[in-house]
Design a protein around this ligand. Structure first.
Ligand SMILES: Cc1ncc(COP(=O)(O)O)c(C=O)c1O
Length: 333
């Protein structure tokens, strides 16, 4: 096992999160596997989900390097942007969010929370955002610099070699969880959207020699995008930290569950969210975890995990994304 020198982190998340056996889901969908859930939806309330684990390291970096402002970007309902807005408010840092999409008529979900946390928000039409994202971020960074502020630009999802420490560190927690639950080996399934959670986990299991195979269910783009992105984040992590990469970076993507596109969920996803909520009292979301959980169940049914008893689903949060999509649920049945 590699011994790593971790950078400083600001303690923001409620850790360790529980690893729970889903007994009724196991009975219902397990087909001989035991289904576990790692409750990273419980990392906090306003800082809930996976993003806060990355932001603990990013915020420490910002404070230690004299930044007074955080600039980041994402979709209108970005969980990462909401988490960054609250991290900023908790630490006394200014936050400016560059969001993809026209300014909504009604503030709801994460977008509402961004404002409540006091973040400054700039919305750009989708096409312009996609074309000019790097320029827009640089424009605002320079604007803050002109006004005497030092702004750290955090990439989409906090996914880079710095944010990767979040889930690399979480692998130590997972190792303890597995020992306590007497899981000798397992598969771990997570939603992957900007690749950073998957990158940290993939690095972590490689470096800590954990007997776990990490699978990312992509909620946008395709398999190759995430093979490349995870490799790029891992290389960036190694470059920044001076630590060696594991001998083998085992990046695995379960493609085929994006559906009609990012943040557009099928009826089946909405139904699954309702079914799991009623069956286990665990709430998924239609953008990330609902699609990933469906992908996991389909792959179980197809025999992907044959020969391994235990499967862990990483619940990466996203609860506030449920409310803007309430119309997708059908209670008429
Ligand atoms: C709730 C939730 N789950 C999963 C993900 C995917 O994580 P990552 O961006 O690290 O791939 C995100 C963010 O993109 C998210 O908000």
């Amino acid at each position: 096992m590699t011994s790593l020198t971790f950078p400083r982190r600001v303690e923001l998340a409620r850790r360790p999160t529980p690893l729970q056996l889903l007994t009724r889901a196991t009975e219902h969908w397990g087909r001989g596997h035991r289904l576990w859930i790692k409750r990273d939806d419980l990392t906090g309330c306003l800082l809930s989900g996976n993003k806060v684990r990355k932001l603990e390291f990013i915020a420490a970096y910002a404070l230690d390097h004299g930044y007074d402002t955080l600039i980041t970007c994402g979709g209108l309902q970005s969980n990462h942007c909401r988490a960054t807005a609250f991290v900023g408010a908790q630490l006394g840092l200014k936050v400016h969010l560059v969001l993809r999409g026209d300014t909504p008529e009604r503030a709801e979900g994460n977008y509402l929370l961004d404002h409540l946390a006091g973040a400054r928000v700039s919305c750009y039409p989708r096409a312009q955002y996609l074309r000019e994202q790097a320029d827009l971020l640089e424009h605002w960074r320079a604007d803050y610099a002109r006004r005497g502020h030092k702004a750290l630009v955090i990439p989409t999802g906090g996914s880079d070699g710095l944010g990767a420490w979040g889930y690399l560190a979480a692998c130590e927690e997972l190792a303890r969880d597995m020992a306590a639950a007497e899981l000798p080996v397992g598969h771990l399934v997570t939603a992957t959207g900007s690749g950073g959670t998957q990158a940290g986990l993939t690095l972590g299991v490689g470096l800590l020699d954990l007997p776990v195979t990490v699978w990312g269910v992509n909620v946008c783009d395709d398999e190759q995008t995430f093979l490349d992105k995870v490799a790029a984040d891992a290389a960036d992590w190694s470059r920044r930290s001076g630590e060696a990469l594991p001998a083998k970076l085992d990046v695995r993507v379960l493609d085929g569950y994006v559906g009609e596109g990012y943040a557009r969920a099928s009826r089946e996803v909405f139904q699954l969210i309702a079914d799991l909520a009623a069956l286990e009292g665990v709430l998924l979301d239609p953008v990330y975890t609902g699609k990933a959980f469906l992908g996991m169940l389909r792959e179980i049914a197809a025999g992907r995990f044959e020969g391994c008893r235990d499967i862990v689903f990483l619940h990466t949060g996203g609860v506030f994304g449920v409310f803007p999509q309430a119309a997708g649920f059908d209670f008429s049945r």
